[in-house]
Design a protein around this ligand. Structure first.
Ligand SMILES: Cc1cc2nc3c(=O)[nH]c(=O)nc-3n(C[C@H](O)[C@H](O)[C@H](O)COP(=O)(O)OP(=O)(O)OC[C@H]3O[C@@H](n4cnc5c(N)ncnc54)[C@H](O)[C@@H]3O)c2cc1C
Length: 257
């Protein structure tokens, strides 16, 4: 089976994030594989081990994304592709990303593409479904289980906590949800092997695209952190007095009564 994983290098949102001029400051930020894409890599490796074939991990990004691709190779993926837009593009949006991926997949013989359900930084959840539409293949989002038998695929997907069962067929694109599996940590031998695994680097030109073809259709106007939470107020004294004070605060300070 030809299995592809779409992998995005993202900010680690558990670390401190600084915003400057409507952009997250890269200096000092930590970068990781988008967590949902780790489920995708793990599932791809398991499916390859069960059915044979190979796993290729694809990222659109800059030179620094090589680190996350090497981690996926160390987990057990066979090949990696970095579509490096560093020299060609300054801005991009979901249209840009999908247009580039569409061109990449144009001459590929695909059985299964696994993406994350959502990227934790920009979180549009658009890339997987939009790519499947462009490739004219079926897609199923937020999957928590996948069983492949020949061309037939049985899927369980998370629907806000409920489970929906879907039958479909290959070729297929799925987006992965928490609960699908427990992603492995790369082993030391895996890390050593990963250094020798193929990592192909492509530019827009290699995909017969130029800047105008992938010009973004949207522009991020602003992004901002949520306001800092103020310390809570603890009321003291007799219960009757506390109730009176609470009502007064709700009426005069919070102005919700
Ligand atoms: C050339 C370029 C320049 C950009 N410039 C800017 C910018 O200036 N400002 C800005 O805010 N954003 C920029 N972006 C990022 C872009 O706006 C979105 O982050 C990107 O389109 C993905 O959307 P999302 O984060 O909402 O992903 P989602 O749709 O939420 O992601 C879902 C899944 O799609 C896959 N996926 C998403 N992105 C990629 C990727 N890059 N490579 C491989 N798989 C992926 C992953 O599997 C991911 O889990 C740029 C992107 C590109 C390609």
């Amino acid at each position: 089976m030809n299995i592809y994983v779409l992998l995005k290098r993202t900010f680690d949102t558990e670390e401190k994030i600084t915003i400057n001029d409507a952009r997250i400051e890269e200096e000092g930020a930590e970068f990781i594989i988008n967590p949902y894409d780790e489920y995708a890599v793990e599932e791809a490796i398991n499916l390859r081990d069960e059915h044979g074939g190979e796993v290729t991990v694809v990222t659109i990004g800059e030179e620094e994304s090589e680190k996350q691709l090497r981690t996926a190779l160390a987990m057990g993926a066979d090949k990696a592709v970095l579509i490096n837009t560093e020299d060609d593009l300054e801005d991009g949006d979901q249209y840009t990303t999908v247009k580039i991926l569409e061109a990449f997949f144009e001459d590929k013989d695909v059985d299964l593409i696994l993406a994350g359900n959502v990227a934790i930084d920009e979180a549009s959840g658009q890339v997987g479904p939009r790519l499947a539409e462009r490739l004219d293949i079926p897609y199923v989002t937020t999957i928590t289980s996948i069983t492949i038998d020949g061309e037939t695929v049985q899927i369980e997907r998370d629907v806000e906590g409920d489970v929906e069962k879907v039958d479909t067929s290959l070729p297929l694109l799925v987006t992965c949800q928490q609960g699908l599996n427990e992603p492995r940590y790369p082993s030391l031998p895996g890390i050593m092997k990963a250094k020798k695994k193929p990592l192909e680097e492509l530019e827009l030109d290699d995909l017969d695209l130029d800047e105008d073809d992938v010009e973004p259709k949207t522009k991020t106007v602003d992004i901002f952190l949520p306001p800092e939470k103020e310390a809570g107020k603890v009321l003291e004294g007799e219960i009757d007095d506390q109730v009176k004070e609470l009502v007064s605060l709700l009426r005069n300070e919070a102005k919700v009564l």
